[in-house]
Write a protein that binds this ligand. Sequence first.
Ligand code: PLP
Length: 396
Amino acid sequence: MVGSESRYRAFLDTLRQDHLRRDLTSVVVRDARTLEAGGRSYVNLASNDYLALRFHAALIERAVEWAGRYGTGSGASRLVTGNLDLFDGIEAKVARLKNKPAALVMASGFQANAAVLQALFDRTVLGAEPLVFADRLNHASMHFGCKAAGVRQQRYRHGDALHLAELLTQFQGDSRPKFILTESVFSMDGDVAPLPEIARLARAHQATLIVDDAHATGILGDGGAGLSDGADIVIGTFSKALGSFGAYVASSIALRDYLVNRCSGFIYSTALPPPVLGAIDAALDLVPGLDAERSLVAGLAADFRAAAKERGYDTGASATQIVPLIVGTAEAALKLGGELRQAGLWATPIRPPTVPQGTARVRLAFTAAHANADIDRLLEVLGQAVVPEPDKAASL
Ligand SMILES: Cc1ncc(COP(=O)(O)O)c(C=O)c1O
């Protein structure tokens, strides 16, 4: 350990020099809009609780009720200790929301991508290493799942259906099973994948389309159903707009049964605890009726984006509640994040390797807990900050 410890320290030193070191900052959360740190209050612009559900009375009540009735833990994996009947109701609700025959609850979004993709791409079951066509900016957990399966990804340019079509055509005569893997809304850019084109390509090339709907479920689509129309398999999380924790896979019944038998992250992991299931269950009941919240959030983000662009900020291709301010270097992102923090606004600088080199940014996420006054304040502070020169940013 002594020798390795010095290497870990050296790694951290290098990160610090490169403005890439991350540290945990303790905060106290009072409600969906505000948090406190170091005795000061901040408007929280960094949370994925897009519908502000985590403090909703219905979620808290059902979480408390289910904790009281079923206990605080689930005791073992669903195959070992018996499958709490609570899962049946939740999985039926998810399947209905996603318009799929079946759903399976998993432990977390990261774990679902890591474990489900590993199981889906299992070459011993498929008979060959599958061909996996993946958006270059897919979430780390999707890359992790591919890596765990030992699959080499064919990566297409971000959001570029033409490039995907070229790659698929290159492998047209290849009989190996094909999969296309994308997020619907990209977590660090807030842009939307061209899903209708991608779904068309999937059909034309007999590829299975897997969509990670983490940042759309609840907050986008009809009745908050997300943006996964046309996907064969949808993976998503309850940790963002649904205000809780845990994840799901929505699919055919056969695929669900396959995962129960083959997905090690499902088989060998303790089931989600009853209070968490209570919060998920209540959120699923509320989501279809939250159109007013969805349009409030969309309006806040659209107004902010237009005004930020007017002030010279680069918001990329954002079209959703996630709006990045792309500034280029990690140092510039830290500086802008620091200025916002000074002004009582909590927004996180996002740096490589989470985003590609030269595209460091401050990521803003708007929620139903925000109001126009928060946007005004944000714009006021951004108006006083120095906007990094775009070509300087692009060259880094
Ligand atoms: C696209 C995407 N997929 C999966 C995850 C992981 O979800 P969870 O936070 O539930 O582990 C995230 C969030 O971090 C995400 O942005």
